[in-house]
Design a protein around this ligand. Structure first.
Ligand code: ITT
Length: 195
């Protein structure tokens, strides 16, 4: 089956296609549908934002839509950047976001953090979500050049000292918040009566 994935983030799209490879689920994104507007994100929780994106694109298409709202929650920063992960720094680039995060974490001993991904499904008569998390720590400096966003400064517990940006896409998807969430997509579709 084909689903619309309400994202304009090409990295998310690549990861999700890789996670779903070998299933009979295919995704089209907003990048495949330039006629669709980018969905708004005005909520203050991952669930609210994922729901807003899915409902917005469902209203335009009438087709089953999934959306991913995700980010990094750092314990010593009371959960920041959280839902503001994309626009943490004024420049709102991945590089500036990482620089600001490393600055804020200078001298901080509690470096525990987690990536969170909420996957929301909206159809004509169903809405629901699943969630995935990935526990780890904030590094003292960037390493690696794979992935995107905060991957160079995030040390997942499962990678034993390597950053997420040092992992291949397959390694990342096996342990990531997005991998954990999207491996529950079939179950979510079953709950929706779509499978
Ligand atoms: P869409 O809303 O179009 O899906 P987006 O990039 O705006 O794309 P979000 O609002 O969910 O997505 O923000 C996600 C931000 O959280 C992203 O820009 C990164 O800064 C961070 N993030 C999420 N998943 C990540 C991952 O796997 N690795 C590194 N950073 C991630």
């Amino acid at each position: 089956m084909k689903l619309i994935f309400a994202t304009a983030n090409a990295h998310k799209a690549d990861e999700v296609r890789n996670i779903l490879a070998g299933t009979d689920i295919e995704v089209e994104t907003l990048l495949d549908h330039p006629e669709l507007p980018e969905a708004p994100e005005t909520g203050d929780t991952f669930i609210a934002n994922a729901q807003e994106k899915a409902e917005f694109i469902h209203r335009f298409t009438g087709r089953p839509v999934i959306a991913d709202d995700s980010g990094l929650a750092v314990d010593a920063l009371d959960g920041a950047p959280g839902v503001h992960s994309k626009r943490f720094s004024p420049e709102a680039t991945h590089d500036a976001n990482n620089t600001l995060l490393l600055q804020k974490m200078q001298g901080v001993t509690d470096r525990s953090a987690r990536f969170v991904c909420v996957l929301f499904l909206k159809t004509d008569d169903f809405e629901g979500h699943v969630e995935g998390t990935c526990e780890g720590r904030i590094a003292g400096q960037r390493t690696g050049d794979k992935g995107f966003g905060y991957d160079p400064v995030f040390l997942p517990d499962a990678l034993e000292g390597r950053s997420m940006a040092e992992a291949t896409m397959e390694e990342k998807n096996a342990i990531s918040h997005r991998g954990h969430a999207f491996r529950q997509l079939k179950e979510l579709l079953r709950r929706a009566g779509e499978l």
